[in-house]
Design a protein around this ligand. Sequence first.
Ligand code: GLA
Length: 514
Amino acid sequence: MITKIAWMKALAVAWALWLGIPVMVWAQADLTGYWKFSVPNGGVSFLELKQSGETITGMGRGGPGRPLTGTLHNGKLHLEAPFGPASARRILIYEAVVAGDKFAATRQAPEGELVQGTLERVSHDEAIPPRLPLPDLRDLPDNGLARTPPMGWNSWNKFHDHFDDAIVRQMADAMVSSGMSKVGYTYIVVDEGWSSYRDKNGKITGNARFPDMKALADYVHSKGLKIGIYSSPGPQVCGGYQGSYGHEEEDAKTFADWGYDYLKYDWCSASGVYQSTRADLQGAYQKMGEALQKTGRPIVYSLCEYGLGDVWTWGAKAGANLWRTTFDISDHWESMDRIGFAQLDITQYPQPGHWNDPDMLEVGNGGMTGDEYRTHMGLWAMLRAALIAGNDLREMTEETKSILMNTDVIAIDQDPEAKPLQVQSVEGKGEVLVRPLTGEAVAVGLFNRGDQPAEMSFRWDSLHLGANLGNKTLKARDLWKHEDVPVTGDSFTATVPKHGVVLLRVAAGAFRFR
Ligand code: GLA
């Protein structure tokens, strides 16, 4: 139906032409269809748009789809696309002057830089690639790696994708010069942001910021460290860089040829290809697990699918050495507290070689107090979690170093027998957690999750340490204060600061603390 406005526009154009005035005859584009937003360094995201008049609706595609809304007014496109988990939902804003099926566009993330990119019309199959066959489920052999929880550094928490080859090398340097490598930190893991498009032979390549991934691995190895890389069973990793969809075996071989020792494999856009059911998750992760084992290179396999499908019940079968049990941590007390203590429900699953991963450390990133970071490190150690630092290792305060490099706390995390953590008591916001250690020893954590200092205690005999030995033979040490604690009376009592922890190692008989 021709509207009154359209008639008036047509009349105005005819009038102008009759007078000889040059006019731009502007026709409203129809953006309905699939679109790809790409940025020069290799990140892409897909949008499915439906246009009705000037109103746009649609979905973000290539990952967990989210409804988006926008307008096309006088050729100017404005789209608002929510992203991230419900608890931390944020909005991306796309803007462009529409010109055909490919044109320049920008994307603005909240508190993020304005990204210049290109919007381009693509086919349904490029935006929503078809499901690939997954292997029949079977139990993969144990790869023999990660007998204790992996320790290292990962780029994501501090840098997101704003980092490059030079920064990774500097982190390797700092891991050695700070003394971290001496106390067990080994893996330097390059998270999202290194990959670019595939070359003409289908081989995954590093982007302009990572021109030579093999040379980077050689450098990290030259420091006596190991190196990790990051990909996804989906076509893209979470921020849009290249994933391993359809190239699993080839990528595993490439990573092995380059000399990588660790792969973090993140579900991300696979949720747009497969179902997020246990069967599909296990199948997709087994596929890469098999591919890694086929390379013959020892590669620690780190699953990142946020705990979907109760991964702790099958991760080891898919060949994993560790599996994320939660959505992403952030550098705030609420996030760390919520994630950390939720792990208490699944402490029976980790075994040497196969660990729960409540996400990387935020220690040193500045969003928590010293007490909160000591709780973070202490709780992760009690949980037998991977200790993957996520801060800038080049500029650590003495306090950050003292937390990340507390060898007595690390020894709890790395205890060879890896016995499960037990909840001794919960009173209000106070939780007393106990972890039996190798030999006649236990780690005891008095965690105060409350907003006020709290007096907390436990009975010595509740530790069941050498029933026949009697209290006098127990030795106890405060692992954050680095001082012995007298074992007197029936109980230990301490005032634990708000959001803080008192962490003890209690041993029967002689024990040398480092
Ligand atoms: C997911 C993961 C994070 C990080 C980002 C990268 O959110 O959970 O640890 O790897 O992807 O985009």
